[in-house]
Design a protein around this ligand. Structure first.
Ligand code: UD1
Length: 446
């Protein structure tokens, strides 16, 4: 795989001129969070695995680089199709490089390598700073399967076992990461494993389907109870990743914020129900087709209440984007974040655009305003960054957004897709670049 210095560049900014309704069609990429589980699971066999619809975002590139660094081969057949072969992985080699600590999903390599080699040594997860994100449930699961774990000074985790075996595991908290990680290790642990209080997100089902395509025996993914019967080994497979629910939701929110009319293609409408129903409550129109949704909005939007919950509840990864449009809706809205702490850091940025939001603990009380004004903004994490793009597209005037490397972790060709819908958005480098972009946007007539 070619090195991609885009992974490290963080002096780029988005420059956005708001006020234009988005119109047209946009095609949604493969689900980032499913891809991260699937790419890690792909090294659990020595055979070749072909994965299609892999989103070309920095998180997947980082994980693939880490896999390659420990001896797997990774070959891009085209921009979205990757062929991985885990045969050459050097058993015992630590997974660590300057990028892997930045992504939280590095933890999937613990479950994958523990299952395959009975040994994993992986740099501890980073990811977006959205509050304390422990991995105690992952560790508890691995230990129940027979592994010993140790946190090594310097910030890595070692998990190892002479033998793994099936176990009955109850997750105290519904956790996407722990569910996937335990499912992976259990696939190669002889005997029966039951995971109770499992997460039910669409990407749990996608990773389970992928593992089953490789020869695993997993039943019940998508329900509270997942049953895994361990198999001796996994084999090669071809698999295509589901569409990204959160990228789709972000474009839905963006369309509503700009009072646009957009056909959002390559989606599974059922995965979007929690988002669609809130947008409809607010006064937008959502029409579902087989694999696309049309979103339309005009006129005033209404306030509502949102509480984030595990799937099929409202996704925490859409909280910031929805709050951004609620802050432009008539009346008072309440948004409660029940999954992560520290997920309201975008509020201070929106306030600089004129939003009226008061945060009390895990609740945001939002008083709708008529318009945002352009401002100089900074993305604090991936979804907060996407929310600021939505705000800037609906604002009067020009905004700049710094730290867009967070946004690039999860949105493929974000600026290009938005320009395709008529949005006025450029990427600029350095101060001079920003000035040039501002001039270009200010002088464009339409
Ligand atoms: C995944 C997603 C992330 C999404 C989140 C919730 C990936 C790569 N990331 O993150 O985008 O926002 O699900 O839908 O798929 N917890 C513990 N102990 C643990 C694990 C989790 O207490 O061992 C807690 C967390 O602090 C949090 C809650 O459980 O409060 C849910 O976290 P979890 O579902 O594990 O989130 P991630 O897998 O990190």
């Amino acid at each position: 795989m070619k090195d991609d210095n885009k992974l490290s560049k963080n002096d780029e900014q988005y420059v956005i001129r708001g006020g234009r309704s988005l119109e047209g069609e946009v095609v949604i990429a493969g689900a980032k969070n499913a891809a991260l589980g699937i790419l890690a699971a792909a090294v659990m066999t020595d055979d070749k695995v072909t994965i299609e619809n892999v989103p070309y975002v920095s998180d997947t590139r980082t994980l693939l680089k880490a896999i390659e660094n420990i001896g797997a081969t990774v070959e891009y057949k085209d921009r979205h199709t990757v062929v991985i072969c885990g045969k050459g992985i050097r058993e015992g080699q630590p997974v660590d490089d300057e990028y892997i600590r930045r992504i939280r999903a590095s933890y999937y390599l613990i479950g994958a390598l523990l299952g395959k080699h009975r040994y994993a040594n992986v740099a501890l997860p980073g990811g977006c700073d959205i509050g304390s994100r422990p991995i105690d449930l992952h560790i508890k699961g691995f230990e129940k399967l027979g592994a010993k774990t140790e946190i090594v000074p310097g910030g890595s985790i070692i998990a190892e076992a002479e033998e793994l075996h099936g176990a009955h595991i109850y997750l105290d908290t519904v956790s996407v990461g722990a569910t996937i990680n335990i499912m992976m290790a259990a696939s190669l642990s002889p005997g029966k494993t039951t995971i109770e209080n499992a997460a039910k997100e669409p990407h749990i089902v996608d990773v389970a389907n992928f593992l089953n395509t490789m020869g695993a025996n997993i039943k019940g993914a998508g329900t509270d109870v997942i049953r895994v019967r361990g198999v001796e080994k996994l084999h090669g497979a071809e698999y295509s990743i589901i569409p990204d629910q959160i990228e789709a939701g972000t474009f839905m929110a963006m369309t509503v914020a700009t009072r646009g009319n957009v056909l959002i293609k390559n989606v599974i409408p059922k995965h979007l129900e929690a988002i669609s129903s809130k947008l409809v409550e607010m006064g937008a129109h959502v029409i579902e087709y087989d694999d696309s949704v049309r979103v339309m909005a005009d006129g005033a939007l209404r306030s509502t209440q949102i509480k984030t919950l595990p799937y099929p509840g409202f996704p925490t990864d859409m909280q910031a984007q929805m709050a951004t449009i609620l802050a432009l809706s008539e009346g008072t809205s309440i948004v409660t974040e029940s999954i992560f702490e520290n997920r309201f850091r975008y509020v201070a940025e929106l306030a600089r655009m004129g939003a009226q939001i008061r945060v009390e603990g895990n609740t945001a009380i939002i008083t709708g305003v008529k318009k945002y004004g352009g401002a100089m903004l900074r993305a604090s994490d991936l979804r907060a960054g996407a929310a600021l793009v939505i705000a800037a597209l609906s604002a009067e005037g020009i905004s700049t957004i710094e730290d867009i490397q967070y946004i690039k972790r999860g949105y493929e060709d974000f600026d290009e897709k938005i320009r395709g819908l008529g949005g006025k958005m450029l990427i600029a480098n350095g101060e001079k670049g920003v000035q040039r972009a501002k001039l270009e946007l200010a002088s464009s007539t339409d």
